[in-house]
Design a protein around this ligand. Structure first.
Ligand code: 5GP
Length: 195
């Protein structure tokens, strides 16, 4: 009997408090071509930071546009984070995994809770990146200098709540030394994409 060989990509979620170093880790993961990983591009209503590029870092859109897309049921999940919407467009992910590509989502803990139970395309592997301590996180965020004072306070308060959610994830990786954290995340991904 003819049996069709069918490979579907896998979806990975990375979450963690603002300033924990997710971007550095993700950049390394995307550089590793053996992982066959692409990044899901989220849509957001927040302002564009210096150096960010529309349609690459995010689809930067107005609240009006975002709310229209909610009505159109265009998101796999979305949530509001310190006053701005963030959402994962469905189409991009379904197209990618259909072509056998693995997809990485960088979303917050609320977004993860929203998709954890209603994504039935082979399940999701979730990784929470944690700082060694909250004091280290505070120092990193202040050094980053990308947020206003009020936004920084909000992000730190949110970080404490997010840390409490880390046990809902399949894996927790502490980002103390970034090279070690990258190696740990790579090992988790490899384990789940090997046939
Ligand atoms: P930032 O403003 O620093 O780029 O992101 C703020 C937070 O939004 C981060 O915790 C990030 O993981 C989260 N985030 C980014 N994209 C999405 C998304 O599509 N959905 C959800 N739920 N959160 C997102």
């Amino acid at each position: 009997m003819y049996k069709q060989k069918c490979t579907t990509g896998k979806v990975f979620v990375i979450s963690g408090p603002s300033g924990v170093g997710k971007k550095t880790i993700i950049d390394e993961i995307l550089r590793n071509k053996t992982l066959n990983m692409i990044m899901s591009i989220s849509m957001t209503t927040r302002h564009m930071r210096e150096g960010e590029v529309d349609c690459k870092d995010y689809y930067f859109r107005t609240r009006k546009y975002f709310e229209k897309e909610i009505e159109n049921n265009a998101f796999l999940e979305y949530s509001e984070f310190v006053g701005n919407y963030y959402g994962t467009p469905k189409k991009y992910i379904y197209d990618a995994i259909g072509k056998g590509q693995n997809v990485l989502l960088e979303i917050d803990v609320v977004g993860y809770k929203n998709i954890r139970n209603n994504f039935d395309h082979g399940g999701i592997v979730s990784i929470f990146i944690a700082p060694p301590t909250l004091a280290v996180l505070r120092a990193r965020l202040m050094n980053r200098n990308t947020e206003s004072h009020d936004d920084l306070i909000d992000r730190l308060a949110k970080a404490e709540l997010e840390m409490e959610m880390r046990h809902a994830y399949d894996f927790v990786v502490v980002n103390d030394k970034v090279d070690d954290a990258v190696r740990e995340v790579e090992a988790i991904i490899m384990k789940h994409i090997m046939p």
